[in-house]
Design a protein around this ligand. Structure first.
Ligand code: GDP
Ligand code: MG
Length: 437
């Protein structure tokens, strides 16, 4: 059997890393991904995974990569794989994000797969792995920051857990629910703040209670999310609001993969070594979760983002995160994002006004007419764009736009009116001179 190295087309890029609670952000690498000519104007889907270390996260993402390479075009490899099944040869070693890297780890943070998958003309899909979460060297603040950033960045977030959903693990979702309550009171788009969330439960043992897969998972999740009398207020609140935070809340119960996968130190990831029921569930899950009609693109505060607009938003998030020791308040992040987005919209609409002022003006009426047309074009651009924030925000930024236009209008009109007047006077002088001659 020839060795197929499908993943020579990409590598893991550690774009957001943590060190002593300091965030390091490789802005240039992220810009190379999101501002790529084939990506910057597309909608973006980001599939990421979080969860404790050495629990099969990277392993799972690498099978996801196999699926992606077989089913999508990518920037670095435009040919679809020709193997009959996406899962590949039974003895093919697993490559991609580095997995099973022993107990040593070099980075903590988010690593992006450098190759980007494309669908149709309008969607780009990125895969993101995390490292170092909940390991003994990572501080509580770092854990919280990584989880929060992953939530903010993803359109599909996977929380990888072992055996069961523990009570305190629901706590990870509190931040998402804070966003949900902001969105419901502030957002006139009336949409949920985040898109898809998957609880991925590994080594599920209680098959008598809930069967493997997504159906068993859904039933299990229903039970977990029921409020119980002896819970803390915080957990109750998470339970009550979690469904308002995500468009889709999924859970999948995975079987134990078999001894070889779980324990063998020389295991290379081949699927022939997996227990059959694990292999079947793995295939079903990935085929379902990453099916092209199931992949959702990222919305921020109800607004669809593109590669380039999301790049700006991420930069803004990172800046806010790096200036505070604690996680920034959901409210703070929300307001900052709305402000930046709306300011940009004002600028863009204003540019449309300026652009429409071009051309030679010959009469006072023409000056008024040109201004009015330009004004209407700018307002149409503003009104025609989906906005972040509530109605007051919209009013506020619309007024800003009107003020900017007003200032420009006065300046521009006075120049043209003066010029028209001068031309008129000049003509008058000539006429008089001719008359006298
Ligand atoms: P990560 O640190 O969470 O990214 O974990 P890795 O993907 O590096 O995998 C750690 C180890 O777990 C590897 O030896 C895998 O073979 C093994 N593994 C993969 N999937 C599973 C699973 O579902 N259950 C168990 N018990 N082990 C798994
Ligand atoms: Mg890993």
């Amino acid at each position: 059997m020839p060795v197929i190295n499908r993943h020579s087309h990409g590598e893991a890029l550690n774009i957001i890393t943590f060190n002593d609670n300091q965030i390091n952000f490789n802005e240039e690498k992220l810009s190379q991904l999101l501002l790529h000519p084939q990506v910057k104007d597309r909608e973006i889907a980001i599939v990421s995974i979080v969860g404790a270390y050495r629990k099969g996260k990277s392993f799972f993402m690498d099978y996801c990569l196999r699926f992606m390479y077989a089913n999508f075009k990518s920037l670095n490899n435009s040919n679809l794989s020709s193997t009959s099944s996406w899962i590949g040869d039974k003895d093919e070693a697993l490559t991609g994000f580095s997995w099973r890297s022993g107990s040593i780890r070099d980075t903590t943070g988010l690593s992006f797969w450098s190759d980007i998958f494309l669908h149709d003309e309008n969607l780009a899909i990125l895969l993101v792995d995390t490292q170092g979460l909940f390991d003994p060297e990572t501080s509580t603040e770092e854990n919280a920051k990584i989880l929060t950033l992953s939530t903010l960045l993803s359109s599909s977030l996977i929380l990888n857990l072992n055996n069961v959903i523990q009570e305190d693990q629901l706590q990870y979702l509190q931040y998402a629910t804070e966003f949900a309550s902001l969105a419901s009171s502030n957002n006139h788009n009336n949409s949920k703040p985040f898109q898809r969330f998957l609880f991925l439960i590994r080594d599920w043992q209680n098959v008598d209670d809930f069967e493997f897969g997504m159906n068993g998972g859904a039933a299990y999740l229903d039970q977990i999310l029921k409020s119980k009398p002896d819970q803390s207020e915080e957990l109750k609140s998470v339970r009550e609001h979690i469904r308002e935070s995500f468009d889709e809340l999924l859970c999948c119960l995975m079987p134990y993969p078999g001894k070889k996968v779980a324990t063998s130190s020389d295991y290379d990831g081949r699927w022939s070594a997996m227990d059959e029921d694990f292999f079947n569930e793995l295939r079903l899950l990935i085929e379902n979760f990453l099916a092209v009609d199931k992949i959702v693109s990222k919305r921020v505060n109800g607004v669809q983002v593109t590669g380039s607009s999301f790049f700006e938003i991420i930069k803004n998030y990172i800046m806010t995160f790096s200036t505070s020791r604690l996680i920034p308040k959901a409210q703070t992040l929300y307001e900052l994002t709305v402000n930046k987005f709306m300011t940009k919209l004002v600028e863009k609409s204003y540019e449309i006004y300026e652009k429409n002022l071009e051309g030679i003006q010959e009469t006072n009426e023409q000056v008024d007419g040109t201004h009015l047309k330009a004004f209407e074009a700018a307002m149409a651009a503003f009104d025609g764009t989906k906005k972040m924030g509530n109605e007051q925000d919209e009013e506020k930024f619309k007024n800003q736009l009107k003020q900017k236009i007003n200032i420009k209008e006065t300046e521009w009109k006075s120049i043209w009116l003066k010029q028209i007047k001068e031309i008129k006077e000049e003509k008058e002088r000539k006429r008089k001179a001719e008359e006298e001659a």
